[in-house]
Each structure stands twice: as C-alpha cells, then as structure tokens.
Design a protein around this ligand. Structure first.
Ligand SMILES: Nc1ncnc2c1ncn2[C@@H]1O[C@H](COP(=O)(O)OP(=O)(O)OP(=O)(O)O)[C@@H](O)[C@H]1O
Ligand SMILES: [Mg+2]
Length: 349
C-alpha cells in the first residue's frame, strides 16, 4: 500500500484507475419557435464533473431527480457526446475513439437500467435478449456456442437456464432485472453502470438484486457506478459516494466519511432524511428540511448552485462558485466555502 492509502480510510487508494473522468460537461440546448427554432438557453445537465473509478470499486452517485445522474451515465457510455471534458478508460482517451476501436472499447462499459419492464424488448425471447450482444460483437463467442453461453449467464444470475425460450412478461420484476444484468455481463465488461437498478422493484426483491450485484463484483472483479436518489440505497454497496446537485458534484468521499462526517450542507440534509436503524441514535441527529425544489438547471443560481437552499449561504456564495478540490492523501472533498472538515465534525460529537 502507498503512503497515501495509509493516511486515508480509502481502501482503493492504490488500485488501478479504470475510469478517469475530468471536467465533463453536457448542456442540452433549449429551443423555442414553431417554424424556425431558436436556441433560447441550455439545460446544464452535467457541468464540470470529475472523479476516478478504481478497479473493483463501487462509486455511488446520489442526487435529486433531474440533477444529471442519467446524463452522466450516458456520457460515460458515449450514448451522449459531451460538450467538454475527458473520459479515460484504463488510460486510453475514450472520447477520441471511433469505428471499430470504439466498438471494442464499448464492450468494457455496460449499463443496467432502472426499469426492467421497459428496458427489455417484449417480442424477444430471453435467449435472444441476452445473446444479442454476441451477434453485434461476433468474436466473443462463436455462433454455435451462443446458446450455451446464454444458459451459463442465466445460471450466473440465478435464473433457470431451461427458461431460455421464455419472454420477458413471463418473469417477475426482480427476475427481469436479473435478465438485464445477465445481458450486461455478456461481453465481460470491466465497468457496469447501474442506473437506479432496484428503484422499480419491491423492497424485498431489492436486497436480493443488490446481493447478486455484490457477488458478481467479487467474482468478476467488476467496478460499479451505482446511481440512486437517496443515500440509504447506496450505503451498503458503495465504497465511495459522490453527491450530485444541479449538474455538479457537491461532495465526494468514502462511505465511512460521507455517513460519519458529511462536509457539505447538501449531504448533511440528504443524510438527515435517511432513517436511523439504531434506536439509541434516533433523535440525536437533527432533521434538516431543505427549502423548496432544486432550481431550474437551465437557469442555475450564480456562484454556488446550492446557495438558494442553504442555511449557511452568504453573499460570497452568490459570487464565487466553490470548487471540489481533492487534497492529497485525503479522500473526502466538498464543494463548499464553509464545508465542515472531519476534524470539525469530530469536535461536535
Ligand atoms: N435529451 C435531453 N434533452 C434535453 N434535456 C435533457 C435531455 N436529457 C436530460 N435532460 C435534462 O437534463 C437534466 C438532467 O436529467 P437526467 O435525466 O440526467 O437527471 P437524473 O438525475 O437522472 O434524474 P432522475 O433521478 O429523475 O432519473 C434534466 O433537467 C433533464 O430534463
Ligand atoms: Mg435518471
């Protein structure tokens, strides 16, 4: 382990960086007019997001609806092209690739979507759904071997391989999500982006799917980006957590740091809404209720984007946007002029 790893509680500090995301920006043009469309502004869906994902790590990304989580996921998959920024996959410039090179690289980053009901084609059998990636990437499995490989994948995700000819409607929500996971695994990816994979499922089924994802991570050395609305969903599975607000990261830190000593007021507010399982701790944590809804991402506040809902905000926050600066040897960083450091939080206890 390096000296840096020893100083932090970050167990992945010395691990290989699989995804290196730097200054990613995506603004969607807002247009008006019936015949001639004029651009009247832009939705700043993702506005300068940077982070690294290490091998075997799960990075949770949390934030309210519309803060840009799915857009970020699409940029990482190159389903959307960014306006600015860099994505390096194992050191290679992912955004510079095209044609065959891009196709080969695309295998390595897969996505699992939120809704297992709409993300699977109802007219395709499960065998065809899971086997489809092999018809696009022909060199992974020889044509004759596809059926067997699909059966193996069904088994890996805990489904009966004999159900290969069934259709999506013959499966429950949790089983359908397993089909989506099997498809995601087909091309032996290094990274899987899970965009709210359990949000549409019953609570009892959620835990099973989460456990499956964790088992698969151990078995195949996968790195995950796990997107969710709230902090309670990602806690168990995440090694680090990025809190997103209006297209920017508000805070980044290990699971331990974010839950033990959230530094950004927004993280503190999100965390105060998470139920406390330990009854002896109940009541010790103050509930912070945020005022109003997030502002319009087409017209974000000047300076710090969170300031209009923040109880700590001053005039300075309206003028100067705080940066998320990661200090050497310290894994936690918050984009706030008045961020509480871990030492402050420890002193408050
Ligand atoms: N193709 C698009 N064209 C225009 N605006 C878009 C497009 N896709 C997303 N947006 C806008 O970008 C912002 C971020 O959307 P995004 O779907 O990334 O949010 P999200 O965090 O995934 O939300 P949710 O939690 O509801 O899934 C929203 O204001 C959304 O309306
Ligand atoms: Mg989304």
């Amino acid at each position: 382990m390096t000296a840096t790893a020893e100083q932090t509680t970050d167990p992945f500090a010395g691990e290989e960086v699989v995804l290196d995301v730097d200054g990613l920006v995506k603004h969607f043009p807002l247009k008006q007019g019936i015949v001639v469309k004029r651009q009247i502004g832009a939705v700043q869906a993702v506005d300068g997001v940077s982070f690294q994902l290490r091998r075997g790590e799960t990075l949770g990304i949390v934030g309210e609806s519309g803060c840009g989580k799915s857009t970020l996921a699409k940029l990482l998959m190159r389903l959307e092209e960014p306006d600015a920024g860099e994505v390096r996959f194992r050191g290679e410039d992912f955004l510079a690739l095209d044609g065959e090179e891009l196709r080969r690289m695309r295998r390595k980053i897969q996505i699992i979507f939120q809704d297992p009901y709409t993300s699977l084609n109802p007219r395709m059998s499960v065998g065809d759904i899971i086997g489809e990636p092999f018809t696009i990437h022909k060199d992974v499995v020889p044509k004759k071997g596809i059926r067997n490989r699909v059966k193996e994948l069904l088994d890996v995700v805990g489904l009966n391989p004999d159900h290969i000819n069934r259709y999506p409607h013959q499966f429950s929500g949790g089983q359908r999500q397993r089909i989506g996971i099997a498809r995601g695994l087909a091309l032996n990816p290094d990274v899987i982006i899970c965009d709210e994979p359990v949000s549409a499922l019953d609570v009892s089924v959620q835990a099973q799917v989460m456990n499956l994802l964790e088992d698969l991570q151990d078995e195949f050395g996968l790195s995950y980006i796990f997107i969710a609305h709230d902090l309670s969903v990602v806690r168990h599975i995440s090694d680090r957590i990025a809190v997103m607000y209006l297209g920017k990261l508000a805070e980044l830190g290990t699971e331990h740091e974010i839950y033990g000593g959230p530094a950004h007021p927004y993280t503190q507010a999100l965390l105060s809404a998470v139920p406390v399982p330990d009854p002896t701790l109940r009541g010790k944590r103050e509930q912070i209720v945020l005022k109003g809804d997030p502002p319009n991402p087409a017209n974000p506040p000047s300076g710090c984007r969170f300031r209009t809902r923040c109880w700590k905000a001053t005039d300075y926050c309206a003028e100067v946007a705080p940066e998320l600066t990661v200090r050497p040897g310290i894994s936690q960083a918050a984009a706030c002029h008045y961020a509480e450091t871990n030492e402050d939080v420890a002193a408050m206890d």
